[in-house]
Write a protein that binds this ligand. Structure first.
Ligand code: TZP
Ligand code: MG
Length: 213
């Protein structure tokens, strides 16, 4: 069975920014502060290294409700038995990904335009990541930023719950929620800070307080 998921505060682990703490420690601290999902994203690693990393993050989060997501690498996701895989528009198609992961793993897809949002099949994909909202040095090859207006249009075109990403900091929480995204995905706002638990807590509190009820 797929696990229920909560996109409120979605941490994407980046090995270059997680330097003060290991990726597993950063995940543990962030989840203690309120992060609800943690993605392992390591572009330079081998599949074997990603599997080891995912296992260390799973172990760090054992006993918490947070879900572990693998970026891009289906083989690593299946082998490490993570909760979800996240793919982009340039990766294999969601249908092929779904065939390979089976029915029980969640599937996230990045979308960056209204057209891509309308093309999402809610029978195959479980959630979408929308961005980059703002330009960010964390992903130098990112697509053209969509801004908050673009975010609102893409959310409206998409049949699934969404998490916004790209240059997001605490001060953007209310605007992102007002645009209709369910949550925020961040790298540097947690990984790149001296105290990931505190950074996550400050974000999470603002997300919970800012959510329209
Ligand atoms: N995809 C779109 S922007 C981005 C990814 C992985 C990086 C976001 O990093 P940050 O530090 O939260 O701006
Ligand atoms: Mg990708």
């Amino acid at each position: 069975m797929k696990k229920p998921f909560d996109l409120s505060l979605y941490l994407v682990l980046d090995p270059d920014l997680c330097q003060r703490h290991s990726m597993a420690d950063t995940a543990r601290e962030a989840v203690a502060g309120g992060a609800t999902m943690v993605q392992v994203r390591h572009k330079q690693a081998s599949t074997a290294e990603r599997i080891a990393l995912a296992r260390s993050v799973k172990e760090a989060l054992h006993g918490t409700p947070a879900l572990v997501v693998m970026n891009d690498d289906i083989e690593a996701a299946v082998e490490a038995r993570v909760d979800a895989i996240h793919i982009g528009q340039r990766d294999l198609s969601p249908i092929l990904a779904r065939e390979r992961i089976g029915a029980d793993m969640l599937l996230g897809l990045s979308v960056n335009s209204e057209r891509a949002a309308r093309a999402v099949d809610p029978g195959v994909v479980d959630y979408v990541g929308i961005g980059p909202v703002f330009a960010t040095p964390t992903k130098p090859d990112h697509e053209q930023p969509i801004g908050l207006d673009g975010l609102a249009r893409i959310v409206a075109a998409c049949p699934l719950p969404s998490v916004a990403i790209g240059g997001l900091k605490r001060q953007h929480v209310e605007d992102v929620l007002a645009a209709g995204a369910y949550g925020l995905a961040v790298v540097s706002a947690i990984c790149g800070t001296p105290d990931p638990r505190r950074s996550a807590k400050e974000l999470w509190e603002r997300i919970i307080a800012g959510r329209p009820d």
